[in-house]
Design a protein around this ligand. Structure first.
Ligand SMILES: *Cc1c(COP(=O)(O)O)cnc(C)c1O
Length: 367
């Protein structure tokens, strides 16, 4: 056989990213300025001003390598989350954290547990190390933590839990997560992926960063890509006890977070006004979306993130068909057939006018 690469690498289905605006403009002959992109859960306000200013300053030093240890960013995170800087791992986006965890804790043939309909990168990270995926059926489109705990077998080394989950938007309350953590064996690492944490209403917030004091096998993962508006810079981080953090940092590429990203992240972390504005816009935009879905009689999954999953038809082509019709009108959303949800679309919450443009286009498409 002259096949290149291991079979588990050839078996990986490539990640399907949201279509870039320029690509849709070219493909459908549309004006870029009129295209609305609600496909990648990006922040509709873009980069915070505070981060732009910080990057302008940091740009002067781009001839040098970034700080491999991210001293200042870790100091800022350490102060914010009340954990020692030695407990923090920086990532080139939190996707990097997920991959680092798979490389650090799983060898070929060992098992990784995650939920059906959970973030696509869990499957990719597992396959990338030749791990065996144990995919646990979802409950009401969210994680069934009892079933996930029961699915952990002797070969399991890692569990991914997304809270809130993408693409379904479901949320698990603190008490349930803690009950789950108590059941997981100490030799199994749990990555609690909280990419949308900052969008949670105050009554749903909890300090998961403090759980790492209690659970030596817990990794809390966060990102600057969503609420902080820095998706293009690629910066995320993990909080875990030193034994786990030390292993993750051995796998991490030393310069995985560039200088502009480090500077921008520090500024964003301290920009409470930007976060508040985003959270308010998101809450209002969510109400705008679900009001339209209710008017159209469409089923949706109540969401705790900055996006919402909506069922646009009963046949297996519904998602792809409605997606194409929306693209022709210059509206980019995310089909989720690759998640096993071919009747659904995931819509990111945008600015009020962007949401209105999408709703108008959807009404036209569904006639
Ligand atoms: C968007 C997202 C991430 C973050 O991706 P980055 O690499 O930080 O941009 C992580 N987990 C989930 C569930 C997400 O939806």
């Amino acid at each position: 056989m002259s096949q290149l690469g291991p079979d588990y690498v050839r078996a990986i289905a490539p990640y399907q990213a949201g279509k870039p605006i320029a690509e849709v403009a070219r493909e459908f002959g549309l004006d870029e300025a009129k295209i609305v992109k609600l496909a990648s859960n990006e922040n509709p306000f873009g980069v915070p001003e505070s981060s732009r200013a910080a990057m302008a300053q940091a740009a002067a030093d781009l001839g040098r390598y970034p700080d491999a240890n991210g001293f200042e960013l870790k100091a800022a995170l350490s102060a914010r989350y009340d954990v020692p800087a030695e407990w923090i791992t920086l990532g080139n986006g939190s996707n990097d954290i997920l991959e680092i965890a798979a490389h650090a804790f799983v060898q070929r043939g060992e098992a990784v547990v995650y939920s059906q309909y959970s973030f696509a990168v869990y499957a990719l990270a597992t396959q990338g190390v030749g791990g065996r995926a144990i995919v646990v059926p979802a409950q009401d489109y969210g994680h069934d933590l009892d079933a996930m705990a029961a699915a952990i077998d002797a070969d399991t080394r890692l569990v991914f839990v997304a809270n809130p989950n993408n693409p379904t938007g479901t949320f698990i309350p603190a008490a349930k997560i803690e009950a789950f953590l108590q059941k997981v064996p100490a030799n199994v690492v749990v990555v609690l992926d909280e990419a949308y944490n900052e969008y949670l209403a105050p009554e749903h917030q909890f300090e998961s960063s403090q759980w790492v004091r209690k659970y030596p096998n817990l990794v809390v993962s966060r990102t600057f890509s969503k609420a902080y508006g820095l998706a293009g810079l690629r910066v995320g981080f993990a909080i875990a006890q030193p034994a786990v953090t030390d292993l993750m940092n051995r796998i991490r590429q030393p310069f995985n977070v560039n200088s502009l990203a480090q500077a921008a992240a520090i500024a964003a972390l301290n920009d409470k006004a930007f976060l508040d504005k985003g959270a308010q816009n998101n809450a209002a935009g969510y109400r705008q979306m679900i009001a339209a879905f209710e008017e159209l009689g469409l089923q949706y999954v109540p969401s705790f993130g900055n996006f919402v999953l909506v069922k646009v038809g009963d046949d297996e082509q519904a998602g792809a068909r409605v997606n194409l019709a929306l693209l022709k009108q210059g509206v980019i959303v995310r089909p989720v057939g690759n998640y096993g949800l071919p009747q659904w679309l995931r819509i990111s919450i945008g600015l009020p006018q962007e949401n209105a443009t999408f709703i108008e286009a959807l009404k036209k498409v569904l006639g």
